[in-house]
Design a protein around this ligand. Structure first.
Ligand SMILES: [Zn+2]
Length: 353
C-alpha cells in the first residue's frame, strides 16, 4: 500500500515559482541571488500557512546551488542542492528559546560550510525567544560572518525587540487571496482526480482565513468524503443560497422570514461566529457591487447575479448600516450571554432601518 502523505506535505513548494501569492518577495530574493547581493539577516513575517518557512528553505537551498538557473531557480540536481540539509539548520524557537540555545548556535558560526558558500540558520517562531536570547543574538546578527545567513520567521513581528528588527531585512508575507486559493486548489484537485463542486472551493477559501496550508487540510478532508452529504458534514458546508435567501429577506425587511432563515443557518453551523463572518462578507460584496457593477468580487458569477438583483431593493445607507451592525455584532459576540439572540437582534436591527 502506498504511504499516505497529506496534501500540505505533498504540495509543499520546492521552488520559488511554486510559492503562491508572494511574487514581490520571491522576485527580490531571486534577484539578490542572481546579482550576489545576499542579505545576511532576514525576517519573514505574516500569518500562518502562507509560505514563510517554505520560502526560507527554498532561499537557503538556492544560495548554495552551483547552477542557479536562468529562470532564477536552484537546479535541484547539483551536489549542493542534493546535500542542502547539511547547510541548513532549523531551530524551533518555541521549544528552544533560551540564551543557551542561542549560545550553542553562536559557538558554531565560525565553522565554514562543508559544501557551498553559506550555512543558514532558520529560526522559526522567533518571537518566542527570551529577552536574554534576543540580547545574545543581537551582536551576531548585526555582523554575521560572510558564510552565515540568519532567517527569522514569525507570525508576531510586534513581539520582536526593535533593536533586532532594525538589523533585519524585513519581508511581509501577504495573506493569500481567495482567488489564488481557489485557482490553486482546483489545479491540485484535478491532479489528484478529486471530483469537487465549484461551490466547495469557495467555501474552503472562505474558511481558511487566507492560509493556503489550512485550505489544503480542508481539501484533504473533502477528498476522503464519498458523497455530498458527507461533504457537508466534513467541513460544515453551508449552502450559499441560504445566505442569499437570508439577505433577500433582509433586503425585503421581512423580519419573520429573515429570522427563520437565520435559524436554519445557525442550526447547520456550530460556529455561530462563522455565520456572522459570512453574512458580513456577503453584505460587503453587495456594497462593492453597489459602487461598481463590474467589480471582481472573487465570487462566482452565479452569486454576483443574485447580488445585482438584490441591490435594486435597497439604498447605499441601508448597506452601510447593515455592515456597521454586523461589525458590532462580531465585536460584542463573546460578551453576549445568548449568542443566538445576539445575532437575531442584529438582523432585526438591520431590517428595521
Ligand atoms: Zn543546484
Amino acid at each position: 500500500m502506498e504511504n499516505y502523505s497529506s496534501l500540505a506535505v505533498k504540495y509543499r513548494p520546492s521552488n520559488f515559482k511554486d510559492i503562491i501569492g508572494q511574487k514581490d518577495i520571491t522576485n527580490f530574493l531571486q534577484k539578490a541571488i542572481q546579482i550576489n547581493k545576499i542579505p545576511h539577516t532576514i525576517l519573514f513575517y505574516g500569518n500562518k500557512g502562507i509560505g514563510k518557512t517554505s520560502c526560507a528553505r527554498i532561499f537557503s537551498k538556492s544560495v548554495n546551488c552551483i547552477n542557479f538557473t536562468k529562470s532564477l531557480e536552484s537546479c535541484n540536481i547539483c551536489i549542493n542542492c542534493k546535500s542542502n540539509n547539511i547547510n541548513i539548520k532549523e531551530i524551533d524557537a518555541a521549544s528552544n528559546n533560551s540564551v543557551e540555545n542561542i549560545r550553542n548556535i553562536i559557538a558554531q558560526l565560525n565553522y565554514k560550510p562543508y559544501i557551498g558558500n553559506y550555512n543558514i540558520y532558520i529560526i522559526d517562531e522567533a518571537h518566542m525567544l527570551s529577552q536574554s536570547a534576543f540580547n545574545a543574538l543581537l551582536k551576531t546578527i548585526e555582523e554575521p560572518p560572510n558564510h552565515v545567513i540568519f532567517i527569522l520567521i514569525t507570525t508576531e513581528k510586534y513581539k520582536i525587540i526593535p533593536t533586532v528588527l532594525s538589523r533585519c531585512q524585513i519581508f511581509e508575507f501577504k495573506t493569500i487571496s481567495e482567488k489564488d486559493i481557489i485557482d490553486n486548489l482546483k489545479i491540485i484537485a484535478l491532479k489528484e482526480n478529486f471530483k469537487i463542486k465549484d461551490e466547495f472551493f469557495l467555501e474552503i477559501a472562505n474558511r481558511c482565513d487566507g492560509s493556503f496550508r489550512d485550505s489544503l487540510f480542508l481539501l484533504d478532508k473533502l477528498s476522503l468524503s464519498s458523497n455530498s452529504s458527507d461533504l457537508n458534514n466534513q467541513i460544515q458546508i453551508t449552502n450559499k443560497h441560504k445566505y442569499i435567501f437570508l439577505i433577500k429577506n433582509i433586503c425585503n425587511k421581512d423580519i419573520t422570514k429573515s429570522l427563520h432563515t437565520l435559524n436554519e443557518l445557525l442550526y447547520k453551523n456550530t460556529e455561530y461566529r462563522y455565520v456572522i463572518y459570512m453574512l458580513t462578507t456577503h453584505i460587503r460584496n453587495m456594497l462593492i457591487l453597489f459602487n461598481n457593477k463590474n467589480e471582481d468580487i472573487c465570487d462566482f458569477e452565479e452569486i454576483k447575479f443574485h447580488y445585482l438583483k438584490l441591490i435594486k431593493l435597497i439604498n447605499i445607507n441601508f448597506i452601510i448600516n447593515a455592515i456597521k451592525i454586523m461589525h458590532e455584532c462580531d465585536i460584542n459576540y463573546y460578551r453576549s450571554y445568548n449568542k443566538k439572540l445576539h445575532i437575531e437582534i442584529s438582523i432585526i436591527k438591520i431590517c428595521a432601518f
